[in-house]
Ligand binder design. Structure first.
Ligand SMILES: Cc1cc2nc3c(=O)[nH]c(=O)nc-3n(C[C@H](O)[C@H](O)[C@H](O)COP(=O)(O)OP(=O)(O)OC[C@H]3O[C@@H](n4cnc5c(N)ncnc54)[C@H](O)[C@@H]3O)c2cc1C
Length: 506
């Protein structure tokens, strides 16, 4: 039987990062990827000359990602472009990707009567951001040895760690659009604790959110090239059906056609729940731990429309940057349980419009632009249409998603006049797409829930080392918090997991 030091399930950023670190240390690694492409959710797809991202549109901590690639021996140095974000709601039109003092100035112009509250909330955010600046993001991991070195910073994080941002905003501000903007960087009600919110503002206003100039898929592609160049083996189209456990410890994996490969370590970049509930034998994971994982809440899913448009036929002048969050009508969003495929029902949603090809003209053919429109959407509303796999869903699903996309595009035309008539290419992704193409439980797009009740502590917990000897997890869900953003945390998880394996192999 074939054998390796470590099997990696999945060629996403987390899996490739783990594999590259191990291969660099001279270990024999095999990456098994069920899809026919590298990169997992960081893959891009092409339609009629347009290039769209399946998942991430931008990253945080570019220097960490660039340095990690360099540490692995990747010679190419990536370049990054700062993304600009804007919130538009009624008469409020604010650029939010700016230093907090400049944001405060814009807010004071819009809400002069809220001066005291704005100053107070910004002061709290700055206090927490200053505390976060003292610590390296990985110092925020609960299990890191001696993680907290600065007691003042630690005290600030402890103080605000379990404090719901909603309470802070409700106490000090009156206007709902102002509360939503400061609480969610958009037009939705906040659900986060203050520390998480401050972390988001630290990225948005200070460190920046960045587009990868060479393309978002360049990160996994560079990782895979480097891995192959140092002897790592990546096999595409190979689905792991089962993780083999003998006498309580991992001994290898079984592939779709029954082939087995032996390994002392299996590192899974697959969805956390799926790894525990479907790939492991039912008795391998301690009962209560299995239950704890299945009860942990994930972030919600999304409904996304990818558009290729003729530039002359649509007015994009509302964009002052690359991303625009808009709420077209005041009031609570129409719940998805009763939402119909009509424009009216999307007006109260937070609609995220991205002018994707503004970063790079090559993302669209000449005289065209690539746009992305997104709204949050719960998996449960699409689950009844699921047929259990790609292309297998109920017939009504395929017509419904197009009708919903028509309505959303019409709604967006309030901001981008001419949009419906300008479309030459359209693709629609629903929570079922994020589950069956993105391979994430309930189509979740941003890891574990960010809600304050579920994240009561300021520290991220590592879920990398599991209760099953030899099984480690990497990727988006391997930490309870995305302290380096999605891709950065996945990259970091690969290093973290490989360090554990190399230490044990010594
Ligand atoms: C819609 C969406 C938007 C996002 N936006 C951002 C963003 O703006 N910024 C950001 O930093 N991050 C974002 N993320 C997160 C980001 O995509 C990930 O953090 C990052 O790409 C790394 O992912 P990962 O390592 O968790 O693996 P994934 O990308 O999830 O890849 C896992 C791989 O494992 C494979 N796999 C699963 N099961 C098996 C099996 N049984 N056998 C073989 N192979 C298997 C899958 O096919 C897949 O290729 C987004 C994600 C999504 C889905």
């Amino acid at each position: 039987m074939e054998s390796a030091d470590a099997i990696i399930i999945g060629a996403g950023v987390g899996g490739l990062s783990a594999a590259a670190h191990l291969a660099r240390a001279g270990r024999k690694v095999i990456v098994l990827e069920q899809d026919s492409h590298i990169g997992g959710t960081a893959h891009v797809f092409k339609r009629g000359g347009f290039i769209f991202p399946t998942g991430p549109q931008s990253i945080t901590v570019p220097e960490y990602i660039a340095d990690s690639l360099c540490e692995l021996g990747v010679e190419k140095r990536l370049s990054f472009l700062r993304d600009r974000f804007q919130v538009l709601r009624g008469s409020m039109d604010i650029m939010i990707s700016q230093p907090l003092d400049q944001l405060a100035e814009q807010l004071l112009e819009n809400f002069p009567e809220e001066r005291k509250g704005i100053h107070f909330v910004i002061k709290v955010l700055e206090e927490v951001i200053t505390a976060l600046d003292v610590l390296q993001p990985h110092d925020l991991i609960e299990q890191a040895p001696g993680c907290i070195t600065d007691s003042t910073a630690c005290a600030v994080l402890e103080k605000w760690g379990s404090f719901p941002a909603l309470d802070l905003l409700d106490r000090h501000l009156k206007d709902q659009s102002l509360k939503d903007l400061l609480g969610s960087q958009g037009t939705s009600k906040t659900e986060m604790p203050v520390v998480l919110l401050a972390q988001m503002w630290r990225f948005m206003s200070r460190l920046g959110i960045w587009y990868v100039k060479e393309g978002i898929e360049a990160i996994p592609l560079l990782l895979s090239e480097r891995l192959r160049s140092i002897g790592g083996d990546i096999r595409l189209g190979e689905r792991v059906e089962r993780i083999i456990v003998q006498d309580g410890a991992v001994t290898g994996v079984e592939l779709a056609r029954g082939t087995k490969i032996k390994a002392r370590y299996v590192i899974s970049d697959a969805d956390y729940r799926e790894t525990i509930e479907e790939l492991l034998p039912p008795d391998a994971f301690p009962g209560n731990e299995r239950e704890v994982i299945s009860r942990m809440q994930l972030t919600s899913s999304a409904f996304t429309v990818f558009l290729g448009v003729k530039r002359d036929l649509v007015d994009l002048s509302a964009f002052r940057g690359d991303h625009l969050f808009v709420k077209l009508k005041e009031g609570k969003p129409v719940p998805w349980e009763i939402k119909k495929a009509v424009t009216e029902d999307f007006l109260q949603d937070e609609i995220w419009l991205s002018w994707w090809s503004r970063h790079e003209p090559a993302l669209a053919p000449p005289e065209c632009e690539a746009l992305i429109i997104k709204v949050g959407a719960p998996f449960d509303m699409f689950a009844p249409f699921s047929g259990g796999g790609r292309g297998l869903h109920h017939e009504r699903y395929y017509s419904l998603k197009e009708e919903l996309a028509d309505a959303l595009v019409e709604a967006a035309a309030n901001i981008l006049p001419g949009l419906p008539g300008a479309v030459v290419v359209r693709e629609v992704a629903t929570p079922l797409t994020y589950k069956y193409w993105g391979h994430r439980s309930v189509g979740s797009v941003a890891g574990w829930s960010w809600r304050s009740g579920e994240q009561p502590k300021p520290w991220a917990r590592s879920l990398i080392a599991t209760k099953v000897p030899g099984l480690l997890m990497v990727g988006l869900q391997s930490f309870t918090r995305l302290f380096y953003g999605g891709m950065g945390t996945s990259m970091y998880s690969g290093k973290y997991a490989s360090d554990i394996v190399l230490e044990k192999m010594k």
